[in-house]
Design a protein around this ligand. Structure first.
Ligand SMILES: [Ca+2]
Ligand SMILES: [Ca+2]
Ligand SMILES: [Ca+2]
Length: 183
C-alpha cells in the first residue's frame, strides 16, 4: 500500500519524534527516552503499575518495529523503512490500526488521565504531547485542531479517532492529521 503525500508527511513527522536522539535510526534508547518523559510528565512512581505499563508499551513498540521494520537487515530501522513498515501494517490491513496502535492507546489513556475522569483535559493532553516530544508550538496546533472550540476535554474515543486519522487517513482535511502539530 503506497501512502499518499499527506500520509507520507505524517509518517515522516512521526519518525522525527520517535528518533529522539536524531541520528536517523530508531533504537531502543529512543523509545526508552519517550517512556521516561511519560514517567516524568505524569509523576509516575518507579515500579508503579502505570510506570511499568508505559515502559512495557514502548519497549514492545520498539521490538515490533525492529522485528518487522529492518527491511534491509542492517540492524537499524531508518526513515524509509519506518514509512514502508507503517504503511504496510496500518494502510495495508483493514484491522492494522486496531492491532498495532489501539492497545497502545488504551495504556496511554490510562496513564494520561491523571484525574481519572475518563476524559483528557487540555493539560493532560499537553503532557502527553510533550512526552512524545512535541514542542510548545506543535502542542498549540494540535490542541487547536483536536479540541472543539471552547471544549476543555475530549473523550478517549475522540482521542482514538484523531489518532486513527493521524496514522491512516489520506484526507488532507482530517483534524487528526494535526495530532503532533504541523506536518
Ligand atoms: Ca535514534
Ligand atoms: Ca535497516
Ligand atoms: Ca482526565
Amino acid at each position: 500500500m503506497t501512502p499518499n503525500d499527506i500520509q507520507l508527511r505524517k509518517y515522516r513527522k512521526r519518525f522525527q519524534l520517535l528518533d529522539v536522539n536524531g541520528n536517523g535510526v530508531l533504537e531502543l534508547s529512543d523509545y526508552q527516552a519517550i517512556a521516561r518523559r511519560f514517567r516524568q510528565n505524569f509523576d509516575l512512581e518507579p515500579g508503579s503499575d502505570n510506570a511499568n505499563a508505559i515502559d512495557d508499551t514502548y519497549t514492545r513498540l520498539f521490538a515490533a518495529m525492529h522485528r518487522h521494520g529492518d527491511r534491509n537487515g542492517d540492524g537499524h530501522v531508518d526513515e524509509n523503512e519506518f514509512i514502508q513498515t507503517s504503511a504496510a501494517s496500518l494502510l495495508g490491513r483493514p484491522d492494522g490500526f486496531d492491532r498495532a496502535i489501539k492497545p497502545v492507546l488504551t495504556v496511554i489513556c490510562q496513564v494520561c488521565d491523571k484525574d481519572g475522569n475518563a476524559l483528557l483535559d487540555r493539560d493532560e493532553f499537553r503532557r502527553f504531547l510533550t512526552a512524545e516530544g512535541a514542542p510548545d508550538e506543535a502542542c498549540a496546533q494540535s490542541l487547536a485542531h483536536l479540541y472543539p472550540a471552547n471544549a476543555t476535554t475530549i473523550t478517549f474515543d475522540q482521542f482514538t479517532e484523531a489518532t486513527r486519522q493521524f496514522y491512516c487517513s489520506p484526507d488532507p482535511d482530517a483534524p487528526g492529521n494535526w495530532l503532533f502539530g504541523d506536518f
